[in-house]
Every structure is written in structure tokens, then in C-alpha cells.
Design a protein around this ligand. Structure first.
Ligand code: HEM
Length: 556
């Protein structure tokens, strides 16, 4: 294995030298399954030694999963807008140049998604992430339900869920919220599950989760997402065998039950459409329409080559429904969790958004908050989300590759010809924290997103809605939701949800870090910030120990 590694590493170094870019070598590829499992233990030991990550040799530093977060933009500042990370398996060109990134996003058929790396997402069937050449057919159907009608539903449902979470947090009193991270996950899952067919689910706080793995669509989905890694590795039908230990059998049962719930919902929606009714208007309605088109095509006498050109099959619908849930759940939940700790550590920012929320919502009761007029006016609140995603993007790098043909690309005036089969990684975290494009790039400062059209400064607490605008960052320097044709279809969904939750929470309440014995306010806030910087990269960037910091929620 070592001989093979050294030989292939050498071959890849040769490839990178021809490209004439700076490079860094590591001895194990990040996608190596064995290393992916063992490296957290190795780093747990190395972290106890009195050395910083930055003081290790390159081949150790860059083999840490999630190195992108600790590194930020420093390797790009040091080596330039493009450099190569070389492993025995591949050459990964790392891009943090606005024009090059824009070119990679827009030239979708030149720089393609490595669908093999996404194969694990096919828990229920072929899906948008693995569709390759057939991606546009999936995307057309999948993007259809993300319209303004569903956004209004998401707004109302998020307010409802946030109201329940707030009551639960307030009741916790001075003993603090048992698990803020679990609660933000529950909230985000409830909103997502309810959007499938516009059915609300009750919010249960973390000390009383009341999950019945298979009883309904929402609970089976939660069990699946909580056990997603084994479900991606082992087909769920193997987990239902009588010989499987009880803990795993429960997961298998939830996976089967989730499929049954999807089938039932799809059937109900299809029947409603057949009867000339509009259906629930949720995400599933769009899929029922796609199934109808698909069955009409498959039943038609058209040549078989045209059969799968439109609509989606039942398995593809199940595959895509699963991907929407997988892609939409933790991304929003982890972002909300980071936001809560950052706000708790920054009381002046809580005051700043609260001023805006009061000015915009006046004395209208929360149940009557109108999506169309209020959401666009909550600029400071949205700035908090945008800034959290700038510093803590859940997805730090987007992999693309050159597939069968060589591609040319221009980076800061130099033209590179990238051979076939080379990976081109869009470094979101690096470009979003690059000092050439962001002032004080590592600081979390939501006010940087607000521009004033009069003389009042952005940090002023005076809200003059007519003079505050959300600032657009320098072009092609901010992509937490990706960009180009394959950008996230759930961007507005996540924005509406997060803004509704923050507005509901901070209108009359504030959150604080629960202090330890003899700890000062400042020390407690520093502890919360340290917690947001102690991250792990599983599928997404997450806090390693979010629940080590307890939050207290008080009405003001
Ligand atoms: C803060 C929240 C979110 C972030 C940061 C985020 C980020 C992203 C990114 C970076 C991608 C591109 C992935 C790639 O090309 O490999 C993506 C794709 C996707 N996202 Fe999101 N997302 C968020 C919320 C959501 C929500 C709420 C939903 C659905 C309700 C959703 C559904 C999807 C889907 C279905 C795709 C695949 C699109 C395709 O392949 O055409 N996302 N997201």
C-alpha cells in the first residue's frame, strides 16, 4: 500500500508540476474510508500536545479533516489564488479567485460535479445529486415547489415553531436550556417536514423529545437523519432482518416506514390531482405532478429513448425527497446553532437586531406577522444569517472536476490548461475570509452587511428603515449556497426560516451564556466564541461540543 501510495503520489506531483502551480502533498486521500474513520482519534491525541495545527509539517496539517476551517484563507494568501493539494489518489486544485470561481460555476458541463462522491446519497433511489447528464430533468421538478407560496408557509410555520421553542426556553429559567443544538435541529426538521405536505408538527424540547421512530413522516425522518452515516453505508433493507441488534433494527424500521409515508403522501397527492383538486401545495404536490407527466410518457407510444426525458419515476421521487431533507435539514440547523452562540456572546448585536425587529413589527402580534411586508424589511436580522454563513459556511469546499476533456481557465491573468480527471475545488471558506475582499475577515460582524444611504453609521442603534440597505458583497466572493445552475434551491427557504426564528426570539427576549462559578460575563462570552471555533467536519461544518455552553433565555 505504501509503495502504491508513493508511486501514485509521484505521478500526481508530476501532473501538478506541468500545471506550474504551487502544491502541497499529503500521504492519504481525504476520501480514504479508513483514514476518515481514524483521523479524528489521531487528532484528538495530537491536539493534546503543546503544538499548534500550524506548526505541524504540511503532510500532517492538510490531512486533517476540516483543515479548511482552521486555515481560512491563509494558504491562498501565502501561495496565491490557485494551488494544488496532491494525494496518492488525485490532484485537487484549490481555487479562491473570484473570476475563476465564477467560470467554474457557470461552465457546468466543463467542470462537472463528481457524482461518484455523492453516490452514498442514493438511500432511496437515484437523485439530483448523482444524476450526471440527467441532472436538468431532476432539477426542473425539484426546484418547482420552492416558490413564494411555500415561502409564506415556511415563514408562518417557522414563527409557530420558534414561538413554541421560545416558551420552552423561557420556562427553563436560570437553569438554562438543556440542549440548544438539539432544539434548533428539532425546529428545522419540523419546518422541513411540514413543508412536504403542509402539515404542522408539535415542537418538543430536548428534555422531552417524544420520538416514535416509525409512527409518522416527521419522526421516521428524524431517526433516519440522526443515523445517516450507517444508512448511507448499509442498504436499509439489511437492517430489518431479525438477526440485527435492536438499536439498528429501529433504524431499519424507521427507514422502511419513511418510504411508506412518502408512498402514501405521493398517492394522496396524485389522487387529488386526478380529481381536479390542487393538492396540499407542499413539496410533494410538485413531485406528484412530475410522476403524472412521467407515467404519461412511459405509457405513450413514443420511442423508448424519449421515455425518461420528462417527469420522474417513483424511485427518483423518493430519492429526491430524501435529498431535499438531507440537504435542507442540518445546513439550516447548524447555522442556527452557530448563530445562537454568536449572539449570546455578542449582546450589542442582539440589541441591534432587536431595535430593527421592534421598528418593523411594531405592536403586531406574532401570529399576524405578514411574510410579504416584514421579511424584506428585516435587513439587520438577515445580515446576522449572512455573516454567520460567511464565517461558518456549512459546506466549505465544492468539488468539481474536468471529467473527459482538458479545460482552460484564467486565474488572475494567467491561463491554465487543466488536464482531464483533475479536481477543481471551489474554496468557499477561503474566498469568504480572504483579506483582499473582506475587511477584518475573521471577525463576525453582521453590521458589515448593512449600508447606509445617509450619514447614520452602520453600528448605530437608530433604525431608519428607509436608509438601511443590505449590502451586496464584492462580486463572486460569497457563495455559502453555491452558485450557477446547480446552486442551492433552498436558499430562500433557509433565509425565510432563519429570519422568522430570529425575529420571533429577539423581539422581546435576549439570550445569555450561563456563567460557571466565579466566571465573569466577558469570560463566559469568550467561552461561547471558543466553542464556535472548536469545529468538526462530518458531512458539514459543526461545533464539536455546542452543548458545553448553556444558554439562558430571558424576557426583557
Ligand atoms: C443555510 C442553509 C443552506 C446552505 C448553506 C445550503 C448550501 C447548499 C450548497 C452549497 C449546495 C450545493 C452543493 C453541491 O453543489 O454539491 C446545496 C445544494 C442543495 N440544497 Fe442547499 N443549503 C441550505 C439549505 C437548504 C434547504 C433549506 C433546502 C431544502 C429545503 C436545500 C436543498 C438543497 C438541494 C436539493 C440541493 C441540491 C441541488 C442540485 O443538485 O441541483 N438546501 N445547498
Amino acid at each position: 500500500y505504501m509503495t502504491w501510495s508513493v508511486a501514485t503520489l509521484n505521478k500526481n506531483v508530476h501532473k501538478a508540476r506541468q500545471l506550474n502551480v504551487p502544491y502541497i502533498c499529503v500521504l492519504v486521500d481525504g476520501n480514504n474510508m479508513f483514514w476518515a474513520i481514524f483521523q479524528p482519534y489521531v487528532w484528538r491525541i495530537l491536539d493534546r500536545l503543546p503544538f499548534q495545527w500550524s506548526s505541524y509539517p504540511d503532510f500532517i496539517r492538510y490531512s486533517r479533516r476540516g483543515w479548511e476551517y482552521i486555515d481560512g484563507s491563509s494558504t491562498h494568501v501565502h501561495l496565491g489564488p490557485v494551488w494544488a493539494l496532491i494525494t496518492p489518489v488525485a490532484v485537487y486544485l484549490q481555487f479562491a479567485d473570484p473570476d475563476a470561481i465564477n467560470a467554474i460555476f457557470t461552465r457546468r458541463s466543463d467542470f462537472v460535479r463528481p457524482t461518484k462522491e455523492y453516490k452514498l446519497l442514493e438511500v432511496y433511489g437515484p437523485c439530483v445529486s448523482t444524476a450526471g447528464d440527467d441532472w436538468a430533468r431532476h432539477r426542473r421538478v425539484l426546484a418547482a415547489p420552492f416558490n413564494e407560496s411555500i415561502m409564506e408557509f415556511v415563514w408562518n410555520e417557522s414563527l409557530r415553531q420558534a414561538g413554541s421553542m421560545l416558551r420552552y426556553w423561557s420556562l427553563a429559567g436560570e437553569s438554562g436550556v438543556p440542549s440548544m443544538q438539539r432544539d434548533t435541529r428539532t425546529l428545522s426538521l419540523n419546518v422541513l417536514a411540514s413543508a412536504a405536505f403542509r402539515k404542522s408538527y408539535p415542537f418538543h424540547g430536548s428534555n422531552n423529545p417524544r420520538i416514535d421512530e416509525a409512527s409518522n413522516y416527521r419522526d421516521s425522518l428524524q431517526t433516519i437523519l440522526d443515523n445517516i452515516v450507517p444508512l448511507m453505508l448499509i442498504p436499509y433493507r439489511f437492517l430489518t432482518s431479525p438477526l440485527i441488534p435492536h438499536r439498528w433494527a429501529k433504524v431499519g424500521k424507521a427507514a422502511v416506514s419513511f418510504k411508506e409515508h412518502m408512498a402514501e403522501m405521493l398517492e394522496n397527492e396524485t389522487k387529488a390531482l386526478k380529481d381536479g383538486m390542487p393538492g396540499s401545495g407542499g413539496i410533494m404536490t410538485a413531485f406528484a405532478r412530475a410522476l403524472k407527466t412521467h407515467s404519461e410518457e412511459t405509457n405513450s407510444s413514443k420511442p423508448s429513448t424519449r421515455i425518461f426525458k420528462k417527469g420522474l419515476s417513483v424511485d427518483e421521487i423518493f430519492g429526491d425527497v430524501f435529498v431535499i431533507n438531507f440537504a435542507g435539514h442540518d445546513t439550516t440547523a447548524v447555522t442556527l446553532a452557530f448563530t445562537m452562540l454568536l449572539l449570546a456572546a455578542n449582546p450589542p448585536v442582539q440589541e441591534w437586531i432587536s431595535e430593527e425587529i421592534s421598528a418593523v413589527t411594531k405592536d403586531i402580534p406574532t401570529e399576524e406577522w405578514d411574510y410579504k411586508s416584514l421579511f424584506p424589511a428585516l435587513n439587520r436580522t438577515r445580515a446576522v444569517l449572512l455573516e454567520t454563513l460567511r464565517v461558518y459556511p456549512p459546506i466549505m469546499g465544492l468539488p468539481k472536476w474536468t471529467s473527459q476533456k482538458a479545460q482552460t481557465i484564467s486565474v488572475s491573468g494567467r491561463t491554465f490548461t487543466i488536464p482531464p480527471g483533475v479536481s477543481a475545488v471551489i474554496c468557499l471558506k477561503a474566498i469568504q475570509s480572504h483579506p483582499d475582499y473582506w475587511v477584518d475577515p475573521y471577525a463576525w460582524k453582521p453590521s458589515r452587511w448593512i449600508s447606509q444611504t445617509n450619514s447614520v453609521s452602520a453600528s448605530s442603534t437608530r433604525v431608519d428603515q428607509h436608509h438601511e440597505r443590505l449590502l451586496s458583497p464584492k462580486s463572486n466572493t460569497y457563495f455559502p449556497w453555491s452558485d450557477g445552475p446547480q446552486k442551492c434551491p433552498g436558499k430562500k427557504f433557509a433565509e425565510v426560516e432563519a429570519v422568522a426564528v430570529l425575529a420571533c426570539l429577539f423581539r422581546q427576549h435576549r439570550i445569555f451564556v450561563k456563567k460557571m462559578t466565579n466566571e465573569s460575563d466577558e469570560a463566559a462570552q469568550r467561552r461561547a466564541i471558543a466553542c464556535t471555533n472548536n469545529v468538526t467536519l462530518e458531512a458539514l461544518l459543526k461545533m464539536a461540543n455546542a452543548d458545553k455552553v448553556t444558554l439562558i433565555c430571558n424576557q426583557v
